[in-house]
Design a protein around this ligand. Structure first.
Ligand code: AMP
Length: 412
């Protein structure tokens, strides 16, 4: 079935066409009719499956019909998300899809000046996509009225729990009217998520997308066995071989992000970094430069990249394997989004083999191995334009110290 045949406003169909969305993805096919009917939905789906449009399309349609009831300041749909990037990205999807409607849409995040946000809120916002901190702040200052919310969306609920937002999720319910539709999305489902979900949705329609293989069908992913010290040479080679393609490189820590950045700089490769230490303005600039293709390689940590939708990432490189197997799925899910195809490769050092095993157990099958024969391996480490120096080992040692401190902190 094509979007043309859907019973949704022609104004939304027009923007769907402009975006090149002709046929619904799996989750859209399953979720849109239920949401249009007014059902609560519990959706288990990773990013990359088209889940944002799966809720944005029917919400826009429903609110278009109801918007004449709106009074200033009264938000009709609230989308609560864990990170600023995700809020801005979802707001953009709503704006793109709702471009021909009269609905007002605002992405509301912390770390930036409140005044322009207040100005927009005071003029009236129909659809608010927000991270909890700034939202509660402005609710308490009475710039946001949630008493008329028709639809509540909780996106990446598992990530919200990881970040300790459980109280915020419960608190927001106190501001909403007792009758509202709830759409609850999570990439993973365990007892904790289930408890939370069933405490806030009513007889939900449960939709689960490809539960057996959490890695999208559109992604070809493999692993290369590479010594820790040689990873940078393999990255250099890969970037040079895939010149002009968008490459997203994942590392374990922010210190490593900067180290890999410096190593690439030494061999004349321009890259960008994204991690928790970056100011909001910097993060936006980095995202923008990468999106626009000004720089084609972005080196990121898990937290900073979770949920981000960057159009057309061709290659995901797991420079370091993730600490948590689940993050493997999130990382490789940055490519092969929607109907596009993507590739992912992981550099696995001997020390990381247990992590690889945990990943394979989590995804329920082995990751195919990219065999590199001896000659090719040697060729790669001599291919580098870097004059070998022994600083690298020193850097790695420092990095290990940083990780050690982190682990100690966690134990406390
Ligand atoms: P999401 O899972 O919401 O982050 O979406 C993943 C990507 O799929 C985004 O880049 C969307 O633009 C794209 N997308 C979503 N729905 C469709 C569709 N029906 N057809 C083609 N691309 C889509």
């Amino acid at each position: 079935m094509k979007f043309e045949q859907y019973n949704i406003s022609s104004l939304i169909k027009q923007s769907l066409e402009e975006l090149g969305f002709r046929k619904p993805t799996d989750i859209q096919f399953k979720a849109i009719p239920s949401i249009l009917k007014g059902d609560d939905v519990l959706g288990i789906a990773q990013t990359g499956t088209g889940k944002t449009a799966a809720f944005a399309i029917p919400i826009l349609h429903l609110l278009m019909r109801r918007s004449h009831h709106n009074k200033y300041n009264q938000v009709k749909c609230l989308v609560m998300v864990p990170t600023r990037e995700l809020a801005m990205q979802i707001a953009q999807v709503f704006k793109d899809l709702g471009k021909y409607t009269d609905l007002t849409i605002l992405g509301l995040v912390g770390g930036v000046d409140q005044a322009p946000q207040i100005k927009k809120l005071d003029k009236g916002v129909d659809i608010l996509i927000a991270t909890p901190g700034r939202m509660f702040d402005l609710v308490s200052q009475k710039h946001i009225d949630l008493s008329r919310v028709d639809v509540l969306v909780l996106d990446e609920a598992d990530h919200m729990l990881d970040l300790g937002f459980i109280k915020d999720i419960r608190d927001v319910l106190r501001y909403l009217p007792s009758r509202h539709q709830t759409l609850f999305f999570s990439a993973t489902i365990d007892e904790k998520i289930k408890d939370l979900a069933y405490s806030i949705v009513r007889n939900p329609i449960r939709i689960q997308i490809s539960p057996k293989d959490p890695v999208s069908k559109n992604v070809t992913h493999s692993v290369a066995h590479v010594a820790m010290d040689d990873k940078r040479f393999f990255l250099e080679r890969l970037i040079k071989e895939f010149e002009g393609q968008k490459i997203l490189v994942f590392v374990r820590t922010k210190v490593r992000a900067e180290r890999v950045f410096a190593a690439m700089q030494r061999v004349g490769i321009e890259t960008l970094t994204m991690h928790g230490d970056k100011e909001q303005a910097d993060r936006l600039k980095v995202m923008n430069d990468f999106k626009m293709g000004k720089v084609n390689v972005l080196i990121a940590t898990d937290v900073s990249a979770r949920g981000i939708d960057i159009q057309g990432v061709d290659y995901v490189v797991n420079y370091d394997l993730p600490d948590v197997p689940e993050n493997y799925v999130h990382r490789v899910g940055r490519t092969g989004r929607g109907v596009l195809k993507g590739k992912a490769i992981s550099f696995c050092s001997p020390e990381e083999l247990p992590v690889l095993e945990a990943i394979q157990a989590y995804i329920g099958k082995p990751v195919s191995v990219m065999t590199i024969d001896k000659t090719e391996y040697l060729e790669t480490i001599t291919f580098t334009e870097e004059t070998p120096n022994d600083n690298w080992q020193k850097m790695l040692d420092e990095d290990e110290q940083e990780m050690g401190q982190k682990r100690k902190k966690k134990k406390k």
